[in-house]
Design a protein around this ligand. Sequence first.
Ligand SMILES: Cc1ncc(COP(=O)(O)O)c(C=O)c1O
Length: 418
Amino acid sequence: MSMIKVFENRESQVRSYCRKYPVVFSRAVNSELFDEDGNRYIDFLAVAGSMNYGHNNPEIKKAVVDYLSGEGPINMLDMYTEAKAEFLQTFNEKILSPRGLDYKVMCCGPTGTNAVEAALKLARKNTKRTQVYAFGGAFHGMSLGALACTTDQASREGGSVPLTNVSHIPFDGTPGIDSLTYLKWVLSDDHSGYEKPAAIILETVQAEGGINVASVEWLKEVRRICTEEKIILIVDDIQIGNGRSGNFFSFERAGIKPDMVVLSKSISGFGIPMALLLISPELDIFRPAEHNGTFRGNQLAFIGGTAGINYFVDHQLDKEVQRKSKIIENFIKEKILPLDSRLTYRGIGFLWGIDFGAIDPKLAIEAVHRAFDKKLILEIAGRQDAVLKIMPPLTITDDVLNEGLAIVEEVFKEMFKA
Ligand SMILES: Cc1ncc(COP(=O)(O)O)c(C=O)c1O
């Protein structure tokens, strides 16, 4: 008998993804999931970007299992350990140094939102200003500081207290608004009503916000403005980082260097919780213990993280993503857009969205349900949840990618009676 009843009877109402995919999963291999009855599903969600290197990636798993089979410490606060030393060395040698980045690495509590909190605190501490600017469409997490930066009303209402000290600016591409002109006006007009911020926090590609890709010019200009105004630029690379954009860091395509970078999700390589704040050295002024947390020293995450970086570099995953990205984009252009002229799409690397907003936003969730019936896992995003989100693990094979896309095509043909 299915185990599903125990969740419905015992688990909190707050559960969400399981409502879209109401089966009990028991196995996961690269981009395929299997339920308790052995049914196979193709994964176009990658646990919201935390399984970039595939489920149970054998190379990463070997490192984790080897470590577990010894007597290495597992949880160590922020004490010095061999596993952490190796991670920091590998991260520096293979990711930071080759890109000319000299960030200090702060190990935060193990969720993305905790690292966002650290970034906001540290920016405020450095500048002695309280306000932060975030952008319309932003998602930065669910704890109160990060939630104040997050924009979707449903999440904000969950906070049940005023969400303060953050102002929102229209993101690049907001219809009818020149975002940069707006930002410059806010900062330059002493009657704009906005306080000068400690930091500007942004996703270079808003994922939960509906796959909104900031242009290179926009990113460069925001960087320039931040430098000129002595505002700290924080890039939240939690979802679009770790190779998903086609580069390890999503801001590489713009040739900019943020003052702080937030990383989580796939940084541990194996799906083990971990979050980092990368800090320009001159901003690294927290006193010891000023952003403490018990679970900042998960050694399995460091082991997986080291193996994940080696995997990324050894397999040239950035090049792979750039190649396979075209398969998805061409598919959308050739097979999906011709079905209805009101459909639009956006994306980069291995994060794509098909927007039903101009037809009927509810069609996006209908597509998710139809796809799930055909054993494909997809997600929705954006305003009114109108965007169908495609984000497979970066390691998906061409065959499975094409198989999943063929299901997307079937779903759209059914919905548009083609
Ligand atoms: C861009 C971005 N920032 C922050 C977060 C919050 O991360 P976490 O859910 O691990 O707290 C997410 C999660 O989806 C995210 O996509």
